[in-house]
Design a protein around this ligand. Structure first.
Ligand SMILES: O=P(O)(O)OC[C@H]1O[C@H](OP(=O)(O)OP(=O)(O)O)[C@H](O)[C@@H]1O
Ligand code: HPA
Ligand SMILES: [Mg+2]
Length: 168
């Protein structure tokens, strides 16, 4: 876990930061849907990490139809094969046209590759992206290096840190 990080760097994201970055994602997507007025039909969150960004995006863009797809590919920081545990509504999704699929980040791109295969016409958007998976995502806000592990606020808690000088 955190004391045995396989990644060289840690990028710690606060609630405030993910809120700002998710809003920035929404504003970038605004008006770029395939409908005549540029709107999107629905937002689909890739659970669980995509749920908070998807909520913020759907709020900003006034989209009330929100569904989820559950893809599991990691146990803590160990990656395994990506599998779909729950699919979104078939009738709503079709081939994905007009659907905004939102996740917190793309890392290797395995999760999004699977989602893309299921819904080839959907728009895939993430808040953060690493270089290896960047090709899989159509819109993202911030890129971090591949050897960085992103820590999200829902996986962290405030705790005591020792002063820079001192022994306690
Ligand atoms: O680009 P990839 O290498 O596939 O990795 C990115 C995915 O991995 C994490 O989800 P995870 O499977 O850990 O599930 P969670 O969202 O429930 O934490 C993250 O939230 C992305 O969905
Ligand atoms: O850098 C990451 N942070 C959190 N979850 C992840 N899942 C894949 N990569 C990451
Ligand atoms: Mg996830």
């Amino acid at each position: 876990m955190t004391d045995r990080l396989p990644h060289e760097k840690g990028f710690h994201i606060s609630w405030d930061q993910i809120h700002r970055d998710s809003r920035a994602l929404a504003w970038r997507l605004d008006g770029h849907g395939p409908a005549e007025d540029g709107s999107w039909k629905a937002v689909v969150a890739i659970t669980r990490g995509g749920m908070a960004p998807a909520m913020i995006v759907s709020r900003e863009l006034d989209i009330r139809t929100v569904d989820t797809i559950s893809v599991k590919s990691y146990d803590h920081q160990d990656q395994s094969e990506a599998v779909v545990l729950k699919s979104p509504d078939k009738e709503l999704m079709g081939d994905g046209e007009g659907i905004l699929i939102v996740d917190d980040l793309v890392d290797t791109g395995k999760t999004l590759a699977l989602v893309r295969k299921m819904f080839p016409k959907a728009h895939l958007a993430t808040v953060y992206a690493k270089p290896q998976g960047r090709e899989q995502v159509q819109t993202y806000i911030t890129e971090v290096s591949q050897d960085t592990w992103i820590f999200f606020p829902w996986d962290m808690a405030l705790q005591y840190v020792r002063p820079y000088r001192g022994t306690e």
